[in-house]
Design a protein around this ligand. Structure first.
Ligand code: PLP
Length: 392
């Protein structure tokens, strides 16, 4: 609790600290490469024959995904708090790479915890983190994957809290992490809102994002959830009435894996129930005794037994809908976007595209969808080749 209190205080102070905010904005622009473009996917739109589809290009952020937005924010905060060292958990290695990158940028020591299984599957990312100067520690306990790595990172943090900050990678865990990570990711939605008003003169009808822990989805949705946004006037460009933020439909897409009935998935809403795990109360895949169940997804970034607690809140409030895409649907979307737009998406992001493949043809051509393209697919190319039985 003292560590969390200290962090909460520093975080809320940083929100009002002009110097902190100036440095964060400067790094977002000159280091991460923000604003990322909002791209009109013309060929995908024509292919599906319905709503206009825009992609928010987080795949073009430094290190190839949205995770860097949070990592840079938290590393900056750690530095301000006088910490000498940051640690992080990682599953597929994406958040480990982002944290190691931020640590190199600010000259902090970096320790990454990773399950033995994940280290084997993600040998290239382990090497990448080491190149960036991080010490990668193997976690051989439990299922030897992400949840065990989180346990170890929490243990390390409580032992070394005076010198160390724990950079949690998504909108999960104990307060203030869900709020803080959302805050660092909400730059995505702030940009997207401005960009769609520039491009179309009105707000979108749908926002769609994949949901692992839920940070890229919260990052896109949050700006559009504010109730005090002024109504957008009817703009001349499209001649449409301005939508209100509250009329925008939002959809989070979880990993349906091999199908809900098989039990091999990570669809916490479709297959889980409320539980307490790793510092927060949320939906959880668990058995009747509260033991955490194993999960499966073709995309490592969505393969986790629980979900950030703000998502159940938004679901219960009826504000965001949640659905899932299966491995096969995501793989088909992965290939479709590559062929039609010359953009190879991360397998995680391909889940959001898979939902749009189902949705867009049912909508009129004057409707607008924004998909959060959370990351690029270079990391997944080898994995997809293997699934297709292709030797590289
Ligand atoms: C980690 C990751 C995700 C899932 O994490 P969220 O916190 O749900 O955003 C999605 N897409 C990519 C590219 C990732 O690396």
């Amino acid at each position: 609790m003292p560590a969390l209190k200290e962090l909460e205080e520093a975080f809320f102070y940083s929100k009002k600290d002009k110097e902190f905010q100036r440095e964060l904005r400067h790094l977002q622009k000159t280091y991460i490469g923000r604003p990322t473009p909002l791209y009109f996917a013309r060929r995908l739109t024509e292919h599906l024959g319905g709503a206009k589809i825009y992609l928010k290009r987080e795949d073009l952020a430094h290190t190839g995904a949205h995770k860097i937005n949070n990592a840079v924010g938290q590393v900056l905060l750690a530095k301000k708090m006088g910490k000498k060292r940051v640690i992080a958990e990682t599953g597929a290695g994406q958040h480990g790479v982002a944290t190691a990158t931020g640590a190199a940028l600010k000259g902090l020591e970096c320790g990454i915890y990773m399950g033995t299984e994940d280290m084997k599957r993600q040998a290239l990312n382990v090497f990448r983190m080491r190149l960036l100067g991080a010490k990668v520690t193997e976690v051989p306990t439990g299922s030897r994957t992400l949840k065990d790595a989180i346990n170890e990172a929490l243990r390390d943090w409580t032992t070394n809290v005076r010198t160390t900050h724990y950079v949690l990678g998504t909108v999960f865990g104990p307060h203030p992490f869900p709020v803080m990570v959302r805050d660092f990711q909400s730059v995505i939605g702030r940009e997207a809102r401005r960009q769609i008003l520039d491009a179309e003169g009105r707000l979108p009808d749908y926002l769609i994002a994949c949901v692992g822990g839920g940070s890229n989805a919260m990052g896109l949705f949050y700006e559009f959830l504010k109730e005090d946004n002024p109504p957008t006037p009817p703009f001349s460009k499209g001649g449409k009435e301005g939508l209100l933020d509250k009329d925008i439909k939002m959809i989070g897409v979880e990993a349906g894996g091999k199908g809900i009935e098989t039990g091999e998935h990570a669809a916490r809403f479709a297959g889980g129930s409320i539980g307490v795990f790793q510092g927060c109360k949320s939906y959880l895949l668990q058995d009747d005794d509260g033991n955490v169940l194993g999960t499966h997804s073709v995309s490592a970034g969505l393969d986790y037994a629980s979900i950030g607690p703000e998502h159940p809140f938004l679901k219960d409030a009826g504000r965001v809908q949640y659905t899932y895409a299966t491995d096969d649907e995501a793989l088909a979307a992965f290939e479709l976007l590559s062929r039609l737009e010359g953009i190879i998406p991360a397998l995680e992001s391909a889940h959001a595209i898979a939902e749009v493949v189902k949705l867009a043809p049912k909508l009129d051509q004057d409707k607008i969808i924004i998909i959060n393209l959370s990351g690029r697919g270079d990391k997944d190319v080898q994995h997809v080749a293997k699934i297709k039985g292709i030797e590289l």
